[in-house]
Design a protein around this ligand. Structure first.
Ligand SMILES: Cc1ncc(C[n+]2csc(CCOP(=O)(O)OP(=O)(O)O)c2C)c(N)n1
Ligand SMILES: [Mg+2]
Length: 362
């Protein structure tokens, strides 16, 4: 059965400021004025976070991490939105926001600690204004709206940004958080990285309409941005955050991007998607377009590019060394972090587990 052509939608508009070929384009509502230093700095961020990710995948493959969720392909969405944040803003990530963690000055080795199983979070959310990674899909959107409502009541300053995926958009939590944010006019940006896949489920199985259009049903604006364009992601997120801070309420940003790698290191995407799809997205690489722009505008030369590459090599090597040096926790430590105060049940469980460990030969 075919769908009546009159029922089909026109293709959605996408905010883009830098084409895949590295050409600057204008947009009537979004513009950005970046100094050469700022553009070079964005390029550096993109390259360095890709290296952190590459090193982490290698470490997992060598048995040094239990699992890793790669950000490959999503660097521009994360660096663009992450660099739009000010110190007063609070970010709530999923488990893939290594680029945003970078922008919040979280040492990447702390991310590795979580995936190596040597800590339960790794950083102090209050110190970095970057919440702990959340694996329960979509649940952080409710936490973030609550936080935003707190900001609204306490200081009236700062905004909240919450990250989630295309798959998460089908979760009840996410839809409930849209209702709360809307009716309370909460200072929040919903930043959805539509990377086209939720493990093996394609976006077509999540929505009949472009995700950004969901926002209008809840009563706030939604916008689709080229998620592989770091300039556009920065401009759009800056505007959405400014709106949130000035009492305009929430915005849904749909960053249209692509998960270039596996869902996590436990997944094999060749089992459910065709190679040509990946090849098409490779042409839209978020780093290559900034590099092309830097060359075309004569804002950087090969020496600069090589310098960033050398810095990435050093970062990767340093990360590997510090990852391997992280001590294993004592098995019984896990019981110390369940409750703040002593607890009879936990004491009993600790004793049982200690007796079990005693049963092994030393
Ligand atoms: C509540 C809940 N249901 C199911 C899962 C298992 N799960 C982990 S990741 C994932 C897919 C998420 O896809 P998406 O929201 O698009 O984010 P992406 O991984 O693509 O960044 C699912 C279903 C989970 N972690 N939590
Ligand atoms: Mg996804």
């Amino acid at each position: 059965m075919t769908v009546d052509a009159s029922r089909e939608e026109a293709p959605p508009e996408l905010v883009q400021l830098l084409t895949p070929e590295g050409e600057r384009v204008e947009h009537p509502d979004y513009d950005i004025d970046l100094t050469p230093d700022e553009v070079r700095s964005l390029y550096r961020d993109l390259v360095l976070v890709r290296r952190v990710d590459l090193e982490a995948v290698a470490l997992q493959r060598q048995g040094e991490l239990g699992i890793w969720a790669s950000l490959l392909g999503q660097e521009a969405a994360q660096i663009g939105s992450g660099r739009a944040l000010t110190d007063a803003d609070m970010a709530f990530p999923t488990y893939r926001e290594h680029g945003v963690a970078w922008c919040r000055d979280v040492d990447p080795v702390k991310l590795l600690g979580l995936f190596r199983g040597v800590n339960h979070g790794g950083w102090d959310p209050a110190e970095h204004n970057f919440h702990l990674y959340t694996i329960v899909i979509g649940s952080q959107t409710l936490h973030a709206v609550g936080y935003a409502m707190g900001l609204q009541r306490d200081s009236g300053e700062g905004a909240t940004i919450v990250y989630f995926g295309d798959g998460a958009s089908s979760q009840g939590d996410v839809n409930e958080s849209f209702v709360w944010a809307s009716v309370f006019n909460a200072p929040i940006v919903f930043f959805c990285q539509n990377n086209q896949w939720a493990i093996s489920e394609p976006i077509e199985k999540q929505s009949r309409i472009p995700l950004y259009r969901r926002a209008s049903g809840f009563g706030f604006p939604g916008i689709r941005v080229d998620g592989n364009d770091v300039f556009a992601c920065l401009a759009v997120t800056r505007k959405a955050l400014a709106d949130a801070r000035s009492g305009q309420g929430p915005t849904l940003v749909e960053a249209f991007t692509y998960r270039m790698g596996a869902h996590t290191t436990t997944d094999d995407p060749t089992r459910y998607r065709v190679a040509s799809e990946l090849e098409a997205w490779k042409l839209k690489d978020p780093i290559e377009r900034v590099k092309a722009y830097l060359f075309k505008q004569e804002l950087a030369d090969q020496e600069f590019i090589d310098g960033v590459e050398a810095e990435a090599d050093q970062l990767g090597a340093d990360l590997r060394r510090r990852c391997l040096a992280m001590p294993d926790p004592e098995p019984l430590d896990i019981f110390d972090h369940v409750y703040r105060e002593p607890h009879a049940l936990i004491d009993e469980e600790r004793a049982t587990f200690a007796a079990y460990l005693e049963g092994f030969e030393k």
